[in-house]
Design a protein around this ligand. Structure first.
Ligand code: PBG
Length: 329
């Protein structure tokens, strides 16, 4: 065929390349995770996530307005809870006047069109740092699911558009969907962290919320009895299909970069939107290497975002969302 076929003809200029580019990125692709704390005027940089902050409600409102102006239409809320309010059952998570519930109301009042999603898991509220209730040397599945469903309901009552269970208990999507329907929240959606791996890349997030599992003598200090084994691939499909059957509207693969094979498998298998969470450790790695001058921050951020999209992500939860929107506009 050569020289009749020369692939480089399609690469001769940026204009030419842009015409044949297979993947594109827009602000519609992003969900922006935000960390919320008590107080006023607080904008507290997270040590292991340079350039990312814990915000009090007033600053949360400001940030939400900035995001909306940039075309970013969805946020995913996480709260940092005072140690004094933590217990094994995550009781504070159900407080109708808790920080999360106030955050949802405040943001929906200030920017009603913003799609507000909320993390549903007990870890920030748990004295043991686990996503469910600990008992008898285990994370008790069904009791945890029941509390998590109540937690999701309480977010829906506060005005959340979508709840995002990140806990990996079995059957929790069914419990949540059923409870939301029973209580009349027919339009509140569920974005399930369906293929969530037991990953070492969540470290900076656990710093941000002070939510790492604690030492217990009869329970391992990791989340491997509920989050997935990173050696597994078929299991991700099984988890995801089950969550869809149970009522998930959007499914998720988490983390991103190390799991792009899973993203593609799932994209090829399901017919609901697939989201990918580019997690805190992925953010921290790029920041650290860029600070040292070893990597070109913006170039690497764009490359990774395109890679996640190319792999099959319809949505990306990313700490780089603002950076990317600036870079592409
Ligand atoms: C809570 C939760 C975690 C993340 C999102 N929701 C931490 C964990 O499961 O330990 C991680 C997000 C990130 O690292 O950016 N269950």
């Amino acid at each position: 065929m050569f020289p009749l076929r020369r692939n480089r003809r399609l690469r001769t200029s940026e204009a030419m390349r842009s015409l044949v580019r297979e993947t594109s990125i827009s602000p519609n692709d992003f969900i922006v995770p935000l960390f919320v704390v008590e107080g006023k005027g607080v904008k507290d940089e997270i040590a292991s996530m340079p350039g990312y902050y814990r915000l009090s409600l007033d600053n949360l409102v400001k940030e939400t307005k900035v995001l909306w102006k940039m075309g970013l239409k969805s946020i995913l809320l996480f709260v940092k809870v005072d140690d004094k309010l933590k217990d094994n059952a995550g009781t504070e998570a159900l407080n109708p006047n808790g920080l999360m519930q106030r955050a949802i109301k405040t943001v929906k009042d200030a920017e009603p069109q913003m799609v507000v999603m909320t993390d549903v898991a007990l870890d920030p509220f748990s004295s043991f740092g686990h996503d469910g209730i600990v008992g008898g040397g285990k994370i008790i599945n069904d009791d945890s699911s029941a509390v998590l469903a109540e937690m999701g309901l309480s977010h829906a009552n506060a005005g959340a558009d979508f709840i995002a269970p990140s806990d990996m208990m079995d059957g929790r999507i069914f419990e949540m969907r059923t409870l939301l329907e029973d209580e009349g929240h027919h339009d509140v959606g569920i974005m399930s962290y369906s293929a969530k791996y037991a990953s070492a890349f969540y470290g900076p997030f656990r710093d941000a919320l002070d939510s790492a599992p604690v030492n217990l003598k009869d329970v391992p200090k990791d989340k491997k009895t509920y989050q997935m084994d990173y050696a597994n691939r078929d299991e991700a499909i099984k988890e995801t299909l089950m969550d869809i059957e149970e009522g998930a509207d959007i499914v998720m693969v988490k983390p991103g970069l190390c799991y792009l094979d899973i993203v593609r498998d799932i994209k090829n298998t399901v017919n609901v939107p697939v989201s990918v969470y580019q997690v805190s450790g992925e953010y921290a790695m790029i920041k650290a290497a860029a600070e040292k001058g070893w990597l070109d921050h913006d170039a690497v951020v764009l490359e990774q975002t395109y890679a996640i999209k190319r792999a099959g992500a319809d949505l990306i939860a990313s700490y780089f969302a603002k950076d990317v929107v600036k870079l592409i506009s």
